[in-house]
Design a protein around this ligand. Structure first.
Ligand code: UFG
Length: 352
């Protein structure tokens, strides 16, 4: 027999209907790079939390299919100042999350001006629109590549900023712009320094062309799409000689963005390192993919890749304490499992 809903059910139902509407009317967020790997997961999290979202993405690395259907989508390039201005004029966001940028350490060493030039000028076009249109909150995707010579590991926010590559420098420059825009114009901002973003959600995954990141490349070997994985150097000063990184799940990064956005109600500027506080070597990552996938992974040692620091492990005590950030994927294995699941189900990625 069908149960008759009680009064609590009715109020619960009504609250579920009303709550997103209330948040939506409160804040619209423009997300640059919202079709990309990390940005698309953040967009899903924003929509789940009840925000209104506008994605601005040139689809250079992103995928139209990765954009949540509840978000408005503008195919636009941050290099086109008029297009950026038009997006702000039309959608009137109250906050910006800035994911769109070139983000490859190795490429930035080979082509520094793509980073010291384009990443910076695109960021400036965005910041000009932010000021011109009175946006008061800005969240920057920053990076662990700000810490090339850490004195203490895991790396806390007190560490001296020494960018490790033109990529890291481009983020350091934008962090400095934000510092001054806060002082002079009152722009509230959070700089979130990601360690190594990894893993997939049930619906969103990592699909770069070309792929250069370790976990998806090793998974390609497991899927038979690539013959072997190249290990870029085994002569680092680390336990097994290969580079050590702190892998942090994209869904956990997305949650940090939501917390930071809300915290800007009462904070003028925030700087947080986002990592799990545990390092895994390249060889350990390969071994974990072997274990999770059950496939052999042929590997070959090659020379070091320019710009790679030996060890990057983050201390995220500050955001855990101050904002209650609580990463759900605390270990490498579940992160790799989530990636293996998505890549096995989508061997051609988004297919676009
Ligand atoms: N690696 C290999 N073989 C490969 C690919 C990578 O040995 O085929 C190694 C790299 O040398 C590095 C590690 O695997 O030691 C991880 O490399 P990724 O390319 O996956 O990631 P990166 O550490 O170079 O950089 C990533 C992001 C940056 C960010 C940085 C923060 O791409 O944007 O994490 O730690 F700045």
């Amino acid at each position: 027999m069908r149960e008759v809903p009680g009064i609590e059910d009715f109020f619960g139902f009504a609250a579920r209907l009303i709550r997103p509407t209330v948040f939506r009317s409160m804040m619209k967020v423009l997300v640059t790079g919202g079709a990309g790997y990390i940005g698309s997961v953040a967009v899903d999290a924003l929509i789940d939390a009840g925000f209104d979202v506008v994605v601005f993405d040139n689809l250079y690395m992103g995928h139209r299919e990765a954009v949540n259907p509840e978000a408005a989508f503008i195919e636009g390039d941050l290099a086109d100042k008029a297009a950026v201005d038009a997006a702000f004029a039309e959608h009137k966001p109250q906050a910006v999350m800035h994911f769109a940028s070139y983000s490859l350490v190795g490429e930035s060493v080979e082509n520094p001006l793509k980073y010291l030039g384009d990443n910076v000028t695109n960021g400036l076009n965005l910041l000009s629109a932010v000021l011109d249109h009175g946006v008061e909150r800005f969240i920057l995707s920053s990076t662990a590549n700000l810490f090339d010579q850490p004195e203490t590991i895991p790396i806390s926010e007190n560490e001296t900023l020494i960018p490790g590559s033109p990529y890291g420098e481009s983020k350091a420059i934008i962090e400095r712009y934000l510092f001054w825009l806060q002082k002079t114009k009152g722009l509230r901002y959070a700089a979130l320094r990601y360690f190594n973003a990894a893993g997939c959600t049930e619906v969103k995954g990592e699909d770069h062309t070309p792929e250069t990141h370790l976990i998806p490349l090793v998974i390609q070997v497991a899927l038979g799409q690539r013959e072997k994985i190249m290990i870029f150097g085994d002569d680092y000063d680390t336990p097994d000689g290969t580079c050590v990184r702190d892998y942090i799940h994209v869904a956990d990064l997305a949650q940090a963005h939501i917390l930071a956005l809300k915290a800007l109600d009462t904070n003028e500027s925030l700087h947080y390192n986002l990592g799990n506080g545990a390092g895994f070597s390249v060889k350990e990552v390969i071994e974990t993919v072997r274990e999770v996938s059950g496939h052999p992974i042929p590997a070959e040692i090659t020379p070091r890749r320019a710009g790679d620091p030996a060890i990057l492990v983050g201390d995220s005590t500050k955001i855990r304490k101050e904002l209650g950030w609580d990463p759900q994927f605390g270990d490498l294995k579940p992160i790799v499992e989530s990636a293996w699941k998505w890549h096995s189900a989508h061997p051609e990625g988004y297919g676009s």
